[in-house]
Design a protein around this ligand. Structure first.
Ligand code: ADP
Length: 359
């Protein structure tokens, strides 16, 4: 039995035409850091609201620690939410904000003090406990919101886009802090974001939602390398994965009208037919040897990112990207010969858009 279980969970808002969540079925183990990832409107906040009890469940069940929580009062669910806008009381100091819930619950004063100081130490907030939120930075405010959740010692932390109000530098450091905090506390965490980089860098396990349905559940490695369908393949990874409509027969792969590659041995099991091939920009390579299959393409745009460079390439029939760590001598308009690492390719059914290749 898992620590948190979602069984056929569905939600339809009153007056809504379609379901916001449909048959959500997955488990979370104790101590896992699970990221719910999806575009806007995919159902991420609805899922959090159902866990908190802010919204009623239409169908299905949520169990935490083997207890069905569907009808338990929100305040008794033993989950702590960290909101994206921090939701701090402006007239209270950091200390009072962190202690607020415990004070309301009339916990012992000495214990409250110990807990606040424990959380402040872990989150490096000791210096700002006497300050009010308006005198603190965005990062400090977010850490106070985390501390307030921590002192409740909940069964599960729920985090709703906690980094979205921070600037790029703070996002990075706060994301590291949240992950370090998790490594230290091992508290079960459900973290919602629309940002695939955040998901890949933070999650033990990612659950990808689209249109209220789970698209894939897996580790960041599995999701990046073996996306279950075209939606996941394109949602994860920047630049976006290269997708090619191809026709494959006994011996060849045809890209468009005139480009033909020998069929690689990795594709031997595929029946003759039309497919979509997905190749990431790092699996597009410059070919030096004329004996190999290649496409001649010209450089249309160059994005220099420091440690790596993204080349936007095109020929008459297709456009695609190549990521490289060298090749700094290329310039716009140059022509290069391009090959592909077909052993890394994902192959999708043209109609269902599902990945049909397990690597
Ligand atoms: P996300 O958090 O991924 O952006 P939401 O959970 O907010 O997605 O929304 C999922 C779907 O449910 C969307 O189609 C949205 O319009 C709809 N929805 C969200 N809240 C309500 C509501 N209170 N009433 C009706 N529809 C809602």
């Amino acid at each position: 039995m898992s620590y948190i279980e979602f069984e056929n969970l569905s939600k339809k808002y009153n007056n809504a035409e379609k379901y916001a969540l449909k048959n959500i079925d997955f488990n979370i183990e104790k101590g896992e850091f699970v990221v719910i990832l999806g575009p806007s409107g995919s159902g991420k906040s609805t899922l959090l609201d159902l866990i908190c009890g802010f919204e009623d469940i239409t169908d299905g069940e949520i169990r935490i620690d083997s207890k069905i929580i569907n009808n338990i009062e929100p305040k008794n669910r033993d989950v702590s939410m960290v909101f994206q806008n921090y939701a701090l009381y402006p007239h209270l100091t950091a200390y009072e904000n962190i202690a607020f819930g415990m004070k309301i619950r009339k916990e012992n004063k000495k214990e409250i003090d110990e807990k606040v100081k424990w959380a402040a130490k872990i989150l490096k907030l000791e210096e700002c406990l006497k300050s009010k939120p308006k005198n603190l930075s965005g990062g400090q405010r977010q850490r106070i919101a985390l501390a307030r959740a921590m002192v409740r010692n909940p069964k599960c932390f729920l985090m709703d886009e906690p980094l979205s109000n921070l600037d790029a530098k703070l996002r990075n450091s706060t994301s590291n802090e949240i992950r370090n905090l998790h490594n230290e506390l091992k508290a079960t965490t459900i973290y919602v974001t629309h940002d695939q980089v955040e998901a890949l860098s933070m999650a033990d396990k990612i659950v990808i939602l689209n249109n209220g349905e789970i698209q894939q559940i897996g580790t960041p490695f599995e999701i990046y390398n073996n996306p279950s369908n075209v939606f996941v393949a394109t949602f994860i990874g920047r630049p976006q994965i290269n997708l090619f409509d191809v026709y494959i027969d006994e011996d060849s792969i045809f890209f468009g009208e005139s480009i033909k590659f020998n069929k690689p041995k990795e594709f031997n099991s595929l029946n003759k037919g039309k497919y979509i091939i997905g190749l990431r920009s790092e699996d597009t390579i410059k070919v030096e040897n004329d004996n190999e299959d290649f496409i001649e393409a010209s450089v249309e745009k160059i994005e220099y990112l420091g440690s790596e460079t993204i080349f936007y390439l095109s020929n008459n029939e297709m456009k695609f990207t190549l990521k490289d760590y060298g090749l700094n001598n290329l310039k716009i308009g140059d022509k290069i010969n391009i090959g592909f690492k077909f052993d890394k390719a994902n192959i999708f059914d043209r109609l269902t858009k599902q990945n049909i290749r397990s690597k």
